[in-house]
Ligand binder design. Structure first.
Ligand SMILES: C[S@@+](CC[C@H](N)C(=O)[O-])C[C@H]1O[C@@H](n2cnc3c(N)ncnc32)[C@H](O)[C@@H]1O
Length: 331
């Protein structure tokens, strides 16, 4: 096992301790902000990393100080056998935090097994509690399945489940308060993520971003004052003054958190990315499949970290559109 390699510190002194792994580019929902409406041609099985390859990659980066792993996608629970991958990663010494971001549709059948396999935390993406609107946004009539998934996760003993809501103007405004009430009622932490230019149909524009500031204002107006509690990674987190519930806003567009970003990504097809908006990949799969050494893999990751830009925006704060949409990179 590769251990005691130098930490992953980039040119701007950011230490990388956080890896997001997309385990598949396939998804059973069709959210327009994430996937092109005409659908996508999924990667073939041969293109996608095998569990053993992912495990080896994780062992190497853990040797360089990565401590937090999040499985995402596509829809991670759509990858056959993903519970086995959770088990494999949970047993690796040095993996302190193992989490998953899921759309929740398949959670009811997997929640117990995921917990038993060693998954520590769950984020469930949910943009609305209205069945018709859910269908409009996702292209599927699956709201009941997601709600059953959240209930199953709570019953399986997952604590601090987070709900992720994408904040899109003319889509999210009416959802903010009902979702906050639901989260407060069920002991969930709600996070709003500003819409980023990673949609599959290039429909993003900055006036379609419902900002964290606007969301906080409507929450305070409807449910009472909010007090800041902490800056947890990219989110600014607030607590309702009545003590019931927390809400976080991730202002990736209106207030990018690049200066604190210690994240790396591994795509389903084994490409390392140093930023969601990266213009290039580093091909870990090629190294893995050519019989490369741990040191060669580590070198590739170090190269990706050294090349990380100061921020993903241009100097005046505008985003540059990356070459892949969200479902391909892993949110
Ligand atoms: C890409 S999904 C992958 C995991 C899983 N299928 C899910 O739905 O949570 C992860 C997160 O990315 C978010 N997302 C997708 N497209 C986005 C965009 N254009 N801007 C910001 N967040 C986006 C989704 O809302 C979701 O919470």
């Amino acid at each position: 096992m590769a251990t005691d390699m130098p930490a992953l510190i980039d040119r701007y002194d950011r230490t990388h301790t956080d890896l997001r792994i997309s385990v598949t580019d396939r998804c059973n929902l069709r959210c327009a902000y994430c996937m092109p409406p005409e659908g996508v041609t999924p990667k073939s099985h041969a293109e996608v990393l095998r569990f053993e390859e992912i495990e080896r990659f994780v062992r190497v980066v853990v040797g360089m100080g990565v401590r937090k792993i999040r499985l995402t996608g596509g829809e991670p629970l759509a990858r056959k056998g993903v519970v086995r991958l959770v088990e494999m990663l949970a047993r690796l010494p040095g993996v302190d935090d193992l989490a998953m971001t899921t759309n929740g549709t398949l959670l009811a059948e997997h929640a117990k097994a995921l917990k038993a396999a060693g998954l520590k935390r769950l984020n469930v993406s949910l943009d609305t509690l209205d069945r018709r609107k859910f269908q409009q946004i996702t292209g599927r009539d699956e709201l009941d399945g997601v709600l059953a998934g959240i209930a199953a996760a709570r019953a399986a003993g997952f604590e601090k489940i987070k709900l992720n809501t994408l904040a899109v103007r003319n889509q999210t405004e009416e959802e903010v308060v009902p979702l906050a009430r639901f989260a407060r009622q069920h002991g969930l932490e709600l996070r709003f993520i500003e819409f980023m230019p990673l949609d599959g149909n290039a429909g993003w524009s900055d006036d379609r971003v419902l900002t964290g500031g606007e969301i906080l204002e409507s929450l305070a107006a409807a449910l009472g004052p909010l007090e800041p509690v902490e800056a947890a990674g990219p989110a600014t987190v607030y607590q309702f003054a009545d003590g019931i519930g927390r809400v976080g806003v991730i202002r990736s567009v209106s207030r990018p958190f690049c200066e604190r970003c210690g994240r790396l990504r591994l795509t389903a097809d084994g490409q390392v990315r140093n930023c969601l908006f990266a213009a290039r990949d580093w091909d870990a799969r090629a190294v893995l499949r050519a019989g490369g050494s741990d040191e060669q893999l580590a070198e590739l990751v170090r190269d990706a970290v050294s090349a990380k830009p100061k921020c993903h925006g241009t100097d005046d704060g505008e985003f540059l559109r990356g070459d892949r949409s969200m479902h391909e990179i892993g949110g």
